[in-house]
Design a protein around this ligand. Structure first.
Ligand code: ATP
Length: 332
């Protein structure tokens, strides 16, 4: 193998740059030429390749986002789009590809692998919803960002003795809500995996008040409450509905904060930089050893390669012990 390419795809995640840096510098170590593909699969279809040197990835380990940009591509999933992607890789003399992204990115990688391209994936998504790895790159930074926000909201919640409903990312999975809720000391955590009972939320708030609690924080994953959204405006965040419901039922002053895209940005934590560096380097080593169609993950703190199809057919479950523990600790 003489030349490899690297791309970032899907939603950006803090630590993607640290992974790119690791890929480029490990390639240099093994005397491989490295090229970057701009804008994920879009750039693969449209031939947006750039030469990457070890110096091209200087000063990026600490930066959020991705220097290679990311995009969603509707052309790539089509047979014509994939054929063009394979042709562009062959024309550029690329013999191995590292893809950094989430499950959609890995589905695309699977197609390329089936078309004969050597592909290895690095899991990077703030949602942490990829199986066969304990964590995805970006998750730890996002949890820390959310905990920081909850800590700030807590100050004003205490001062005004209010209920705060904080909506965090997680359309299909509650990993961010559960981790940040536990670390932030939230009174209630609502996740898509467990049906929300708003009367129970109100009871918990009222019993907290009787115990002398000055405030209550409810952390809600954005995917919670599909059912009650249908009764209202579909675009409206369920956090607002929950806020209204709690206010009407308990009479407490309630405020809603939707954290939104601040959860994607920011300098990656040490944990994300370390994981991105280890997984990025391992991806290149696996390509060198002749692997393809695999993702490289961290399982019980050890690096482990898993075939894409095996990883994609499993759903990463949230740890419901977190859910129970949050509520036990907050109800005393
Ligand atoms: P995140 O979880 O952060 O959203 P992701 O990698 O899952 O990241 P997607 O937008 O789902 O993000 O996927 C990224 C790109 O991968 C898509 O824009 C599309 O081009 C390609 N892709 C997704 N699914 C497939 C598929 N089944 N076949 C081929 N290509 C796919």
């Amino acid at each position: 193998m003489r030349k490899i390419a690297v791309l970032t795809s899907g939603g950006d995640a803090p630590g993607m740059n640290a992974a790119i840096r690791a890929v480029v510098r490990t390639a240099e170590y093994y005397k491989l030429e490295a090229v970057g593909v701009m804008r994920g699969y879009h750039g693969l279809v449209h031939n947006e390749f750039i030469r990457l040197h070890p110096r091209s990835v200087a000063d990026v380990i600490q930066r959020g986002g991705t220097i290679l940009k990311s995009a969603r591509s509707n052309e790539f999933p089509t047979p014509e789009g994939q054929a063009r992607a394979v042709e562009n890789l062959n024309d550029a003399g690329v013999e191995g590809l590292v893809i950094i992204g989430g499950d959609g990115t890995f589905r695309g990688g699977m197609r390329l692998h089936e078309a004969g391209v050597s592909v290895v994936g690095v899991p990077a998504t703030i949602d942490n919803d990829i199986s066969c790895t304990d964590y995805s790159v970006g998750f730890d930074t996002t949890v820390n960002t959310v905990v920081d926000a909850i800590t700030k909201i807590r100050d004003t919640a205490t001062s005004h003795e209010r209920i705060y409903v904080v909506e965090v990312m997680g359309r299909h999975s509650g990993h961010i809500a559960l981790w940040a809720g536990l670390a932030g000391g939230a009174e209630t955590v609502l996740v898509p995996e467990v049906e929300a009972d708003l009367d129970e939320v109100c009871q918990r708030i009222e019993s907290g008040y009787r115990l002398g609690k000055a405030h209550s924080i409810v952390v809600v994953a954005e995917g919670v409450g599909g059912n009650f959204q249908t009764a209202r405006n579909m675009d409206e965040s369920s956090a607002f509905h929950i806020g209204d419901y709690v206010k009407k039922k308990t009479g407490f002053e309630t405020r809603v904060t939707v954290l939104g895209h601040i959860q994607r940005g920011g300098n990656p934590t040490a944990q994300d930089r370390i994981m991105a560096s280890r997984l990025g380097a391992e991806a290149v080593e696996l390509l060198e050893k002749g692997y393809s169609g695999h993702m490289v993950g961290m399982v019980h703190a050890k690096i482990k390669a898993t075939p894409f199809d095996e990883a994609l057919k499993q759903q990463k479950q949230v740890d419901l012990d977190f859910y129970r523990l949050s509520h036990i600790l907050a109800s005393q």
